[in-house]
Design a binder for this molecule. Structure first.
Ligand SMILES: [Fe+2]
Ligand SMILES: [Fe+2]
Length: 203
């Protein structure tokens, strides 16, 4: 995924305070994602799959928060003191949403409900692609360090999410892959920004 990221992980895992803040930062991002999904729900037409997805993302936020106990350090809230690279971590998802909405407005002329739903599909797709890379790399680093913390239950659910997003995207547009690739491109730029802010914070 990124050399830089691979090098950051052992550094984080070997330091309980950093590790607690890392878990809390991931928890914040999962919670932001969960709240975004909930915010996109149409009160009338929301489906089983969207409810399931929102519930699982909320669970990820909670589960990561719970893992913090095993570090012995405390991160009671999402205030910046308890996060790694707080500005960039908060910015990542919000900016991705802004970028994707701009693309959908300009390229597809979407607005209102349709725009909201299409943005949910593309933003979530890009995040799921990232989650499917990030959590296994993190789990591998945890295994190597013989850590008591594990994210295997998250990995399982994230794999399901990517499939679900692809199924939903297929019904959204025959050109879904083209739009999805654009979203992934936007996400990559923001992800690398986030990693470089993390690296700076750890130095
Ligand atoms: Fe998640
Ligand atoms: Fe997910």
């Amino acid at each position: 995924m990124s050399m830089e990221f691979d090098q950051l992980l052992p550094k984080i895992i070997n330091d309980n305070t950093l590790h607690a803040r890392w878990l809390n930062t991931l928890s914040l991002m999962e919670n932001t994602g969960a709240r975004k999904i909930s915010a996109c729900e149409d009160p009338e037409t929301v489906t089983y799959i969207i409810l399931k997805h929102a519930a699982e993302e909320h669970r990820h936020a909670f589960y990561l928060k719970k893992q913090i106990e095993k570090t012995g350090a405390a991160c009671p809230t999402y205030s910046s003191d308890y996060l790694l690279a707080p500005a960039s971590s908060r910015h990542y998802l919000n900016q991705l949403d802004v970028d994707v909405c701009r693309y959908l407005k300009n390229e597809l002329g979407l607005k209102g409900k349709e725009l909201r739903f299409a943005a949910y599909l593309l933003v979530t797709y890009a995040i799921e692609v990232r989650a499917d890379e990030l959590y296994p790399v993190y789990q591998e680093a945890l295994d190597k360090a013989l850590s008591k913390i594990n994210v295997k239950s998250i990995i399982l659910e994230e794999e399901g999410h990517l499939e679900e997003m692809i199924n939903q995207l297929k019904t959204f547009s025959p050109d879904w892959q083209l739009h999805a690739d654009k979203a992934v491109e936007m996400e990559s730029r923001l992800f690398h920004q986030w990693i470089s802010q993390l690296a700076t914070a750890l130095n």
